[in-house]
Design a protein around this ligand. Structure first.
Ligand code: 9NY
Ligand code: NDP
Length: 515
């Protein structure tokens, strides 16, 4: 019997960010392992013309929830979507809903955040700091609350090289930042943002660090824990390997490489690729929820959910495996053949960006214009290059995260819980995981049919032939132009032609002699 699964039975659980990548996997696992839980409250905002109910319906009817429906057929009744916007005061939750939340919630998992690296500081503070503070305030009014689990990121202190499971305070208090956002105008905020974020690369990591400080300020009053995952990737095992549904982190680059848009990337091949599968993060999160509620540690514990120090993989190995998988299982309608490389200097990066990214996009757009269609490749390529420049910081450095608390927790679990809520990253085989990740990108994110693989391979062959033809034509044109302009080139050309002629005459003469 799993103690963790048993613990969540009969409980009312509040999840923020349940419509996000991690939130969905968390909900799925909860329903699958504790189908007798009382209710999961999710705070959802209407989005993209969809009502709350439509959003929930879409999630529950997705492939991810197929297994849940077998073990928990009444899952629709156990999920209660509450209209909420974390950017608003009191999250714009109705009085009635608020009353219900305050009265019944047993556990909170706070996953909602803006994960955009380039978000305006005001918005990032609002969601990653102020909303966390408000949620903590709500939590303090919940008589039945047993644990509040905050999802942060291992990169909240990415300005350090070695990171322990402790809070590192930012120079300016979160309260001061929150207050200043209320009266400073956007132009001034833009001006002070670089000074505030200091040696962090973006507003995301900075505001996540502030969010942790806000959580810590409540320790003593509430039963809290913080989880810091590194780069969350597709699922490893559960509910099935390779599930992923957004382009964040490496996923977008895997798509870009598979479609042949991404040809070179400034990365350090030996730098640690601290990826962590979403199901490992979720298993740890649920174990932490149980441990925090049942064992009530004296202080707020922080858990690093990382792979680098227990089972390291590097970007070089990952890149090779991604490309090797695309050899076997290509994506459909690729722009070019999947063939990418790492560059290490700024100069080579600029060169390859011009030659391998911008030039083909311009040529393709020219072709689209000629055939009466709307050009779009240059725009797409510019966006990809912008994304690459944002991710570069994370693929050219390595960090060391200590994992004492995570290992301690693992040792506290029963053998059954260690199996059902497995977060031991040492058991992960990277090559197998990456292959499943790439397959998952094809199947679940891009929704491509596996039956289309032979056609995709044919398409790549055609692209290869076009590539050879194009290169030969380019060479001949360049050579022709050179010969027309340069005496040296003409001499070289005559030398090569006469050499070939002599060689052929000799070859013909010797074969005639043999006969
Ligand atoms: C030796 C041999 C070698 C062989 C070599 C082989 C190589 C080949 C194999 C390749 C794999 C191996 C290397 C892997 C390296 C991975 C590095 C990962 C580091 C992650 C660190 C994370 C650390 C922190 C973790 C955390 O704690 S938090 C989670 C992380 N948070 C994020 O990852 C948000 C990022 N994103 C944004 O911050 C915004 O997206 C923004 C970018 C500002 C754009 O923003 P904007 O331009 O305004 O517009 P969007 O609407 O957002 O997007 C506009 C358009 O870009 C698309 N697109 C959005 N994203 C991505 C993305 N990633 N990748 C690609 N495309 C993306 C979107 O599909 C849309 O396309 P479209 O629809 O136009 O076609
Ligand atoms: N993905 C990763 O690589 C990593 C993620 N993390 C952390 O994990 C957590 C979850 O990340 P992930 O699932 O990847 O992120 P997603 O972007 O997939 O999900 C974010 C969630 O937050 C919700 N949200 C955003 N703004 C609001 C708002 N104003 N009101 C209500 N809900 C809102 C989104 O709702 P909606 O669907 O309406 O947009 C969505 O459900 C975050 O705290 C993140 O910092 C940490 C390390 C790595």
């Amino acid at each position: 019997m799993s103690m963790i699964a048993d613990f969540y039975g009969g409980k009312s659980i509040l999840i923020t960010g349940a419509t996000g990548f991690l939130g969905k996997v968390l909900m799925e696992k909860l329903f699958r392992t504790s189908p007798d839980l009382r209710v999961i409250y999710i705070l959802v905002r209407p989005k993209a013309g969809q009502t709350l109910q439509q959003r929930v319906f879409q999630i529950l009817n997705s492939k991810l929830f197929e297994k849940v429906k077998e073990v928990c057929p009444n899952v629709h009744e156990k999920i209660r979507a509450i209209s909420a916007d974390l950017n608003q005061n009191d999250f714009a939750i109705s009085m009635q809903d608020m009353q219900e939340l305050l009265s019944y919630t047993d556990i909170i998992f706070h996953c909602a955040a803006t994960v955009r690296f380039d978000d305006h500081l005001r918005h990032a503070v609002q969601l990653n700091v102020t909303a966390t503070q408000q949620l903590l305030l709500m939590a303090s009014q919940m008589p039945n609350l047993k644990a509040f689990i905050h999802i942060s990121t291992a990169f909240s202190n990415c300005n350090l090289k070695h990171i322990d499971e402790v809070i590192y305070p930012c120079p300016v208090e979160p309260k001061k930042i929150i207050d200043s956002m209320e009266w400073l105008d956007d132009a001034i905020i833009d001006e002070i943002t670089p000074k505030l974020i200091g040696d962090r690369p973006n507003t995301y990591t900075y505001t996540k660090a502030l969010g942790e400080m806000v959580v810590q300020q409540e320790s003593g009053k509430l039963n809290l824990a913080i989880i810091r995952p590194s780069i969350v990737g597709a699922t490893w095992q559960e509910p099935f390997p390779g599930w992923v549904d957004n382009v964040n982190g490496p996923t977008g680059l895997i798509v870009a490489a598979g479609k042949g848009f991404l040809r070179s990337i400034r990365a350090t091949p030996m730098a640690v690729a601290d990826l962590i599968p979403a199901d490992i993060v979720v298993n740890l999160t649920l174990a932490v929820g149980w441990y925090t509620a049942v064992h009530r540690p004296k202080s707020t514990l922080i858990y690093h959910c990382t792979s680098g120090n227990l089972n390291p993989c590097n970007w070089g190995k990952m890149g090779i495996q991604v490309l090797a998988t695309f050899e076997k299982i290509p994506l459909e309608r690729a722009f070019r053949r999947p063939k990418a490389d790492f560059t290490t200097s700024n100069v080579t990066t600029q060169y390859w960006n011009a030659v391998s990214h911008r030039a083909p996009a311009i040529i393709y757009d020219f072709y689209l214009r000629l055939t009466g269609r709307k050009p779009r490749m240059t725009k797409l390529m510019n966006r990809l290059l912008r994304t690459l420049s944002m991710l570069e910081y994370f693929i050219n450095r390595s960090w060391e995260w200590s994992t004492y608390n995570t290992e301690m927790l693992m040792s506290k679990l029963s053998p059954e819980d260690q199996r059902v809520f497995n977060f031991d990253v040492r058991q992960l085989n990277w090559l197998e995981y990456i292959e499943n990740y790439v397959l998952g990108v094809k199947k679940y994110l891009l929704k491509e049919d596996m039956a289309g693989i032979p056609e995709a391979k044919q398409h790549l062959k055609r692209l290869r032939n076009i590539h050879y033809l194009f290169n030969t034509a380019l060479f001949l044109i360049a050579w022709r132009l050179l010969i027309a302009r340069s005496q040296v080139a003409r001499n070289v050309w005559f030398f090569i032609v006469s050499f070939c002629y002599k060689f052929l005459s000799y070859f013909r003469a010797s074969s005639t002699l043999k006969v």
